[in-house]
Design a protein around this ligand. Structure first.
Ligand code: SF4
Length: 65
């Protein structure tokens, strides 16, 4: 699966990084870093990544089909 991130919508809450730290993190400026931007998320991180998508308070993450 793949996930797109809307960096303009993201408000840096960091919920995604808590739920899926292998996929998302916040840099020192609280800017979202998506480690698999444009790529496929490894199977072992898919469940956590889906939780991150549904947990984002501003719906900045979207699972791509
Ligand atoms: S949970 Fe949503 S708003 Fe928060 S850092 Fe992640 S993408 Fe951004």
């Amino acid at each position: 699966m793949r996930i797109s991130a809307d960096y303009d919508r993201c408000e840096g809450h960091g919920v995604c990084a808590e739920q899926a730290p292998a996929v998302f993190e916040l840099d020192d400026d609280a800017e979202l870093v998506h480690h698999f931007e444009g790529g496929t998320i490894p199977p072992e991180h898919v469940a956590a990544a889906r939780t991150a998508v549904t947990s984002c308070p501003v719906a900045a993450l979207r699972e791509l089909t």
